[in-house]
Write a protein that binds this ligand. Structure first.
Ligand code: NOJ
Ligand code: CA
Length: 869
């Protein structure tokens, strides 16, 4: 058989000569430029019709993006993108290999064909715009260079209209464009159901190809999100965040935009192995980077999220000298390289939603001796990680940047975690607009000057800048484990989606490693997974700053902690073994001659077959499997782990049984002493798999699937909308369905800001009702209060409603040592026939009371599902 790509190769060379000839002789007729990938399987094709350029993307001769045009709009000049002619075309190629300072592969090939196409307007403006496009074997990228007009050297960009026109209504994994810090659950819908989305935006095509749209090298510009283009449900257009004056990017001409990237893979797993985003960034600018170190770290952190400690000073203050030293001792004993202490500095008292956060990053609280702690950590060969929670107050942070980082350098602190949990000040600026992109960059560069590496929370999404600035070691921009503390619990499928979506952008500080899974039974709060699932995340997720996030006392005496001690957080090689987005994934990563394998599953129990062909042929290894025992049960015994050592070789396959919402973590070390031959072969482990699976099949489902959302068949009628920041999200319910209830919120909290809750539910058919209940959350530090009154009504016709109950609640000032986080159920027992509609009214506090730090500010009402029995 003739390889079609060879014919294409020859045709491409001839066409190139022909195109250059055409260009020289007759510019106007020049209307099509093709750019194949080095393996000729992917192609970028630029066409110019009637002065309007558009591009098409092909993979294996199939169109995967239909003709998509691009243009720009400005505040100070007419739009640019029509009436263009091509005046110059250059082509080049690159095939280089580079070594990242930190990475999930130690060596990265950067191999592409590139074209620079220069367009000029035909009309009197004669403005110039260039398109640089690159074709890789695993994707397409393009960016623009916009030249100035006449004598103007400033561009005020109000819109970039880069189109992404898909060809079929395939299945997409996405989060909405405007979610706070990207901390939301992924949606899974057909493309035509999406109004707007952020990137990485991942698509599984019916023909098996997997795509992800993202951007690279986001510098001095707004982030790009995608919004549905009118009139065509499969077409999206880029969208930028406007600054308060309506300008999205205020730049100096000529200006080069970030790359627009289409990652293309034959399987979803290949997306994970791709280095495209980093390849599109400039090489490392930090010459001496000896101070940038990958690190696992424990921290005074989870205790605050559970409400056991506080960030601010007082009787429950977490970051004291004494406790930090205990964490340092623990880290030193367990080969954990770093210790974080949040709340070490003064200013937390001013940090609350809606208040102006005034943190001081140079002054420690009286019970925290910074010098002493850092000295102690050094004596134990542990790094102290400092913390800057800005609360979003940019001027206050920028004023302290130099001092704060030079303090770090003086003391020898080489890693800082930063945070932006709050609305951005000055107000009016979007978290992900140009102002913030510039700020994040300024912090990275200032930190580099003082030899400080960063872990940025509530950051801008990564776009591969860690290649250029390797001190940008990790970022959050993800819905991490913190949500599993006392906020909204995360459904198990979340961790099986993230590797194919958010992690395509770059490392993420998800903060895995919660060993006390059922951490707050008294508050009905826990993680909806098992401990083996938490272990596996150390391999599934990539972050060179990797938190070991539980309180240290929860690790004591746990043999499973050995896995965390051993697992590295940077890698020489990464291979995705098996994957199905939203269901399961197994990833193997190598560090020197050792392999580590992680597998996670969603709410289904399943058997995963893990072949080991990547091991050196003829060599014997010991696999230590940290897997589920027969007793591992997300509900009853989530912390049960079975640990065993087995002999394996490259020709073996490990058959791992995974309980619901569970995981499996394996270390594979070469046999050093022949005495290790005494270990049983992996066949012994494999033979127990079926027996375990038989037990797992009897475990109660989590309620994430198969729930009858009867109410969703009819829209729920809200008098006041719930705040968009807290949307319901599909089938992510965790507690729903168990009672055969009518849920409208899918187990997610619904937040109502400064308004009452008034929800009317259509029960779809008339029936007998015995009981109606609703749960409310109180988290006074977060301005969330219980309602003052809850009223219950029923109706048979949606016209006349009868009050069937009323419960009062006094929101008095809690005692200083009281737990400010609680859940309270409000319910009424009734016995009524023929009920078709149920109405619940929760009277909110509306404004924070006098005694509250947010006095007068809008208070929140957070409710859980309404259960009708
Ligand atoms: C949100 C961050 O994601 C979390 O890690 C941190 O503990 C809090 N903000 C407080 O800074
Ligand atoms: Ca966060």
């Amino acid at each position: 058989m003739i390889d079609i790509s060879i014919i294409k190769r020859i045709a491409y060379c001839c066409l190139g000569i022909f195109q250059i000839f055409c260009l020289a002789s007759c510019i106007q007729k020049y209307s099509e430029i093709t750019l194949p990938s080095p393996d000729f399987k992917i192609e970028f094709r630029l066409t110019l019709e009637n002065g309007i350029p558009s591009y098409t993307v092909f993979c294996d001769n199939t169109v995967i993006l239909r003709k998509s045009s691009f243009s720009f709009e400005f505040k100070n000049q007419p739009p640019l993108g029509t009436q263009l002619q091509i005046v110059d075309v250059k082509k080049s190629s690159c095939d280089e290999t580079w070594n990242p300072v930190l990475g999930f592969s130690s060596s990265i090939r950067n191999n592409y064909n590139e074209t620079w196409i220069t367009f000029q307007e035909i009309d009197q403006n004669r403005r110039i715009i260039q398109l640089i496009a690159r074709a890789y074997d695993n994707g397409i990228a393009f960016r623009y260079i916009i030249a100035g007009i006449h004598n103007q050297d400033s561009l005020f960009i109000t819109n970039e209209n880069s189109e992404f026109n898909f060809t079929s209504n395939d299945s997409a994994w996405w989060i909405p464009a405007n979610e706070f810090a990207y901390e939301s659950l992924y949606r899974h819908t057909p493309i035509d159901k999406i109004t707007d989305a952020n990137t990485p935006f991942t698509i599984e095509r019916n023909d098996g190809l997997a795509l992800s749209i993202h951007e690279a090298a986001l510098i001095n510009y707004s982030e790009m999100t995608l919004k549905k283009a009118k009139a065509d449900s499969l077409s999206f257009i880029s969208s930028l965040w406007p600054e308060p004056d309506g300008v999205c990017a205020r730049v100096k001409a000529p200006f080069t935009t970030p790359w627009r990237v289409i990652m293309i893979a034959r399987t979803p797993g290949e997306l994970i192995e791709s280095h495209l985003i980093q390849n599109l960034n400039e090489p490392n600018r930090i010459t001496d980077y000896s101070w940038i170190k990958p690190m696992k770290f424990v921290g005074i952190w989870w205790g605050m999220h559970l409400g056991k400690y506080t960030w601010f000073q007082g009787p429950k203050h977490g970051a004291t000298t004494k406790r930090t030293k205990e964490y340092i001792d623990f880290a030193a004993t367990h080969h954990i390289e770093g210790v974080l202490a949040e709340g070490w500095n003064v200013g937390w008292e001013s940090w609350a939603p809606g208040k102006t956060p005034l943190q001081n990053f140079c002054k420690a609280t009286p019970d925290f001796n910074l010098e002493e702690v850092v000295k102690y950590s050094k004596s134990k060969n542990v790094q102290f990680i400092s913390h800057h929670e800005t609360g979003g107050n940019i001027p206050v942070y920028e004023a302290q940047l130099e001092d704060a980082f030079s303090l770090c350098q003086r003391l020898g602190i080489t890693t800082v975690k930063t945070g932006y949990a709050g609305s951005i000040l000055p107000s009016g600026y979007h978290h992900h607009g140009q102002f913030m992109v510039r700020h994040f960059q300024k912090v990275v560069e200032t930190a580099a000057k003082y030899h400080v590496a960063l872990d940025v929370h509530e950051s801008i999404k990564p776009t591969g800048l860690d290649r250029t600035w390797p001190n940008l070691v990790s970022q959050e921009a993800i819905r991490g484990n913190e949500w599993n503390a006392t906020y909204k619990a995360t459904p198990p499928q979340h961790v099986t989606i993230l590797p194919f979506t958010r992690f395509l952008a770059g490392p993420a500080d998800y903060t895995p490693g919660i060993f006390r899974v059922n951490h707050s039974p008294e508050k009905n709060k826990r993680l909806y997974c098992t401990l083996t699932n938490q272990l596996a995340l150390y391999v599934i997720f990539y972050s060179p700053l990797m938190m070991v996030s539980d309180m240290i006392e929860n690790y004591s005496n746990s043999p499973a902690f050995k896995f965390i001690e051993k697992v590295p957080c940077t890698w020489d090689e990464t291979k995705v073994i098996i994957a199905s987005i939203g269901h399961y994934v197994t990833i193997a990563r190598r560090s020197k001659d050792r392999w580590f394998i992680g597998s996670v599953t969603d709410e289904e129990s399943r058997t995963l077959s893990i072949p080991l062909p990547f091991l050196e042929k003829g060599r014997k290894y010991i696999a230590t499997v940290y897997g589920d025992s027969k007793l591992t049960n997300w509900e009853k015994d989530p912390e049960k782990v079975e640990i065993g050592n087995y002999l394996v070789t490259a020709s073996d396959t490990i058959i791992a049984p995974l309980s619901r919402a569970s995981g499996n973590a394996i270390t594979i070390y070469p046999v050093e002493k022949e005495s290790s031959d005494n270990f049983p072969s992996i066949a012994v482990y494999n033979t127990s798999t079926q027996e375990k699976m038989n037990v797992f099949k009897t475990i109660k489902p989590l309620g994430c699937s198969g729930i009858k959302h009867l109410a969703l068949n009819k829209p729920i009628n809200f008098k006041y909308p719930f705040n968009e920041k807290y949307p319901a999200s599909g089938k992510s319910a965790l507690t729903d369905g168990i009672k055969g209830s009518y849920n409208y919120s899918s187990g997610e909290w619904q937040g109502f800001e400064g308004v009452d809750l008034e929800a009317t539910i259509d029960l779809v058919e008339s029936k007998q009702v015995q009981k109606v209940s609703i749960g409310f959350l109180s988290s006074i530090d977060d301005w969330i209060f219980l309602p003052t009154k809850v009223e219950f009504y029923t109706s048979s016709d949606n016209k006349s409603f009868m009050k069937v109950g009323e419960i009062h609640h006094a929101n008095s000032k809690p005692a200083s040592n009281a737990n400010s986080v609680q859940i309270k159920d409000f319910s009424v027992s009734i016995s009524q026939e023929n009920i078709r509609f149920v109405r619940v009214i929760g009277k909110g506090v509306l404004r924070c009371p006098e005694w509250h730090p947010g006095k007068g500010g809008k208070a929140w009402l957070f409710c859980d599902e309404i259960v009708v029995e």
